[in-house]
Design a protein around this ligand. Structure first.
Ligand code: AP5
Length: 191
């Protein structure tokens, strides 16, 4: 099976983590969630964890510089050499540039950017019923605001690059999974 380089894009609570795990397992590539990596660092009490804890609790973004280090190190690992699924990175224009630079060095392009669309009231319902440390009402509101301001513009960026696969994420987990499989199996813009 040919290996893939995939990014999952979408607002907080849209199901990126849920679907990334399912698809990565099917494709035999690692699901790399920057949110999970940062939460693990906080739990371990590492230097990185101490630096990002407050930022995450407030629903803000960790700096592009810090994230560049985290992602470069992770993508350099052996299991990511043949393909990977990035969940939660890039989230800003500079992060998209950083990823492009990493891929240029590896002489490969992104194959797909899967964009999960879910209405805002559903996002809030999902996050408020999950109970993570950064799922307080205030942090959720801030994460959505930051998403609209800094991350959503990447949708147009990747559409222009011809790699965007828009998927309606407001369906059951199983239905979304099937739609994503179809989307990455084709060059279509929407599924
Ligand atoms: P991160 O963990 O990436 O959070 P997020 O993008 O806000 O996404 P979530 O994890 O909240 O949601 P998701 O889309 O993965 O949905 P999930 O599958 O969990 O980042 C956390 C923080 O880390 C950021 O705020 C930031 O501070 C920092 N960070 C991370 N990356 C960064 C970066 N690149 N730059 C700077 N800072 C960064 O699903 C949500 C819930 O809905 C779950 O309970 C799930 O069971 C449920 N669900 C899923 N699908 C469905 C469905 N189809 N129907 C009903 N329920 C569903």
């Amino acid at each position: 099976m040919s290996k893939h380089k995939i990014v999952f894009l979408g607002p907080p609570g849209s199901g990126k983590g849920t679907q990334a795990e399912l698809l990565a397992e099917k494709l035999g590539i690692p699901a790399i969630s920057t949110g999970e990596m940062l939460r693990a660092a906080v739990d371990e009490g590492s230097d990185l964890g101490d630096r990002v804890k407050g930022v995450m609790e407030r629903g803000e973004l960790v700096s592009d510089e810090m994230m560049a280090e985290v992602v470069k190190d992770r993508l350099a690992k052996r299991d990511a050499q043949q393909g990977f699924l990035l969940d939660g990175y890039p989230r800003t224009a500079p992060q998209a540039d950083t990823l492009e630079g990493i891929l240029e060095d590896r002489e490969g392009d992104l194959d797909h950017v899967v964009y999960l669309e879910v209405p805002e009231d559903e996002l809030v319902t999902r996050m408020m019923s999950r109970g993570r440390d950064d799922d307080t009402e205030e942090a959720v509101r801030e994460r959505l605001r930051v998403y609209r301001e800094l991350t959503e513009p990447l949708v147009e960026h990747y559409r222009a690059e011809g790699v965007l696969r828009t998927v309606d994420g407001h369906r059951t987990i199983e239905e979304v999974e099937v739609a994503i499989l179809l989307a990455v199996a084709s060059e279509a813009q929407d599924a």
